[in-house]
Write a protein that binds this ligand. Sequence first.
Ligand code: AMP
Ligand code: FES
Ligand code: ZN
Ligand code: ZN
Length: 317
Amino acid sequence: MHEGRGPMKCTACKAPAVIDLRRHNANFCTEHFLRLCRDQVVKAIKDFSMLEPSDRVLVAVSGGKDSLAVWDILLDLGYQADGFYIGLGIGEYSDESGRYARDFAQSRGATLVQVDLRDEYGYDIPTGSRAARRAPCSACGLSKRHLFDKAAIDGGYDAIATGHNLDDEAAVLFGNVLHWHTEYLARQAPVLPARDGFPKKIKPLVRLGEREMAAYCVLRGIDYIVEECPMAAGNRHLRYKDALNQIEAGSPGAKFDFFHGFLARAAQNFELDPDEITLGSCANCGAPCSTEVCAFCRLVQRATAQPVELSETRRRA
Ligand code: AMP
Ligand code: FES
Ligand code: ZN
Ligand code: ZN
């Protein structure tokens, strides 16, 4: 990692450095690196008007490095930040990730709100996505978005925060630009304001990358689940991340410029006209949606219905 002569020194205080950040062309000791992470979150919150000092925020935690780090930083900055964990029922992966989320909450004396898909809605991601004939990540994303919104509204929180970092956002942007999904480009903002029954959504880690968040957790002694979700292995999103990492290796700062350049110079061209979005509410659960029954309730119905074996028999006959 470090190829210079002699031991690396902290750019701020000349003490031995523990990490080099090529994008900043700097090295940092533990103290100054942790300070940098907090400062980057403070800057994101300020630049994008994410939170007021007295806001209550619900942090969606997966047990992974990013979401535990963002919860840790928000607590350190003095925000009233509770955690929210969804048991997705993805075998050992979910059992373990839930343990990390609960352990962190306990170690910080923080409140963790928990919802278990199987207990409360009667399905889990592997069986539910099969029954509903949806890709696991699509059923999972839909379930998470719905439950984040519901938990934030029901709990009266001012915003819901997720652990999406710069690498995530740059990879999503890359995919959306590659295929010119212009309607999704409008939703790539680090803040989506509250509207029509949806809570405000914020991504405080948009100025920090994956490698920084892993280092942050290690240096803060935060244990997190290292494995990626087994259902996501090899998906498009991960391939885009690899591609961007290759570009970043030859051109430090490229990811940051790509994503933040988009926000500063191009995003406004894709904004949706708020008058054109007409929303009603779901006949079943009352969530805001533009169909009679929302996509989440339709997923739950299909995921919990008895599997229809008939079609198989018919096809063979
Ligand atoms: P992912 O969709 O897995 O990339 O996760 C994106 C963000 O969603 C994470 O940074 C968390 O903030 C949140 N998240 C993911 N999984 C869960 C979960 N099981 N419970 C609560 N929040 C989650
Ligand atoms: Fe959702 Fe893996 S975490 S499919
Ligand atoms: Zn230092
Ligand atoms: Zn519904």
